[in-house]
Write a protein that binds this ligand. Sequence first.
Ligand SMILES: Nc1nc2c(ncn2[C@@H]2O[C@H](COP(=O)(O)OP(=O)(O)O)[C@@H](O)[C@H]2O)c(=O)[nH]1
Ligand SMILES: [Mg+2]
Length: 270
Amino acid sequence: MIRWENYENLLKEVTEYKPEDDSVQHLRFLLYGPVGAGKSSFINSVTSALVGRMAIPAAVNTSESATKSFTVQYKTHRIKKGRGKDKTYYPFVFNDIMGLEGGDDVGVRAEDIKLAMRGHVKEGYKFNPVSSLSETDPHYNPEPKADEKVHVLVCLLNANTSDIDASVIEKMKEIREAARDLGIPQVAIGTHIDGMCDKIEEDVRNVYKSKGLKEKMVEFSSAVGVPLNCIMAVKNYCEGDMDKNTDMDTLILTALRHMINFGDDFIEEM
Ligand SMILES: Nc1nc2c(ncn2[C@@H]2O[C@H](COP(=O)(O)OP(=O)(O)O)[C@@H](O)[C@H]2O)c(=O)[nH]1
Ligand SMILES: [Mg+2]
């Protein structure tokens, strides 16, 4: 359960994290999920929670364009730590893959996502909905280093929508199975929890009191095959949120800590 009063320790724990193995500069988290689930917003929210002020590095879909995917390039999002001469990056990075529109000729192909998991997709690659990355492409990385591979697969789902398109579910299943075959640990995050429940919108501390959310989590668990204890809930920072909120940060950092623990275990085994 969430210990709200534990915020300072949580922040300290995630900001002080470093992979033990020197050959791994950072953990790599691969985010996937339907368009509009809040993948970009989650990266921004983690940034805000760590940096201590609002941040807008990853482009967020505006509501009008939320049905069509926005992120098309394989891009690694890093979070700056320190300033000026002391500037470094947090030892975890995010890759956000373009939404999983239904059908075979739209969105990112599951095949490409598998290649990305194994570290074969180079930065800047533009996903092609009709054909997957070939070994002869200059964006194909033939010999991925340990930190070019994916260490945790993170599924984001909007808790405030009723059903996910069957073909998207199918693609998500394929991705999950690929991760499972590679031994990559998986977590899921329910977003938009504020929109689904008035009590949570009033106060995110009500997050685990909501029966509706609990049911949603059970539904997600079976939809994406992630055990209930690996599903977390967050309210992302978005346009309307002018101020930082320690309780929102607690949920965001709890999800992040979970991802870090899983990723760290995975690189230990690698
Ligand atoms: N109320 C609310 N809105 C959110 C949340 N997460 C994302 N959004 C909004 O949902 C829309 C889509 O988010 P985005 O991060 O672009 O989704 P992506 O397609 O998965 O990258 C944007 O308008 C966000 O501001 C959330 O937790 N709560
Ligand atoms: Mg996005």
